[in-house]
Design a protein around this ligand. Structure first.
Ligand code: 4NP
Length: 162
């Protein structure tokens, strides 16, 4: 861990407006619900720069809100080299992000770079891009992210003695 008692995790997708903001919001919600908010620093970023400064997609916001999760206050940003050293874990939403992140990782970086769903026990699975999809696609993303985040929170608690 990079600072006492705080596990730093970064969720990464393409635009940082649909999947990774949902993961950031869901994981934060679950951690806070469990009384563990202070033990985690949670952020998200995109491999691409098209949407920098934008809030999350309104469809993602709507579905999250329906499940009691707020994405308020989030603004899209691009993945940067320092992220590979300031965070403990970088979670890729799909295989494309994973390979992109591996190729961009500075040598000697300290963060562990993993596929999000693999880290939550579902090896080889992607969180599918909902950008060109409909509300059902966003609902599916939310469900996958929620389920994986529950598993991941437990795993990180155990791994870090939280
Ligand atoms: P995200 O979704 O990576 O889950 O935020 C996307 C958002 C925008 C684009 C692609 C995916 N885009 O090509 O602009």
């Amino acid at each position: 861990m990079s600072s006492a008692g705080v596990v730093k995790i970064l969720f990464v997708c393409t635009g940082n407006i649909c999947r990774s903001p949902t993961a950031e919001g869901v994981f934060r919600h679950l951690a806070q619900d469990a009384g563990l908010g202070a033990h985690f620093h949670i952020d998200s970023a995109g491999t691409d720069s098209y949407h920098i400064g934008e809030g999350p997609d309104r469809r993602a916001v709507k579905i999250a809100a329906r499940h009691g999760v707020s994405l308020a206050g989030q603004r899209a940003r691009a993945l940067k080299p320092e992220d590979f050293n300031t965070f403990d874990y970088l979670y890729a939403m799909d295989g494309g992000h994973f390979f992109d992140m591996q190729s961009r990782a500075p040598s000697g970086h300290t963060a562990k770079v993993e596929m999000f769903l693999a880290a939550a026990g579902a090896e080889g699975q992607d969180v599918p891009d909902p950008w060109y999809g409909n509300e059902a696609d966003f609902e599916n993303v939310f469900d996958m992210v929620h389920s994986a985040s529950q598993t991941l929170l437990e795993k990180l608690r155990k791994a870090h003695g939280i």
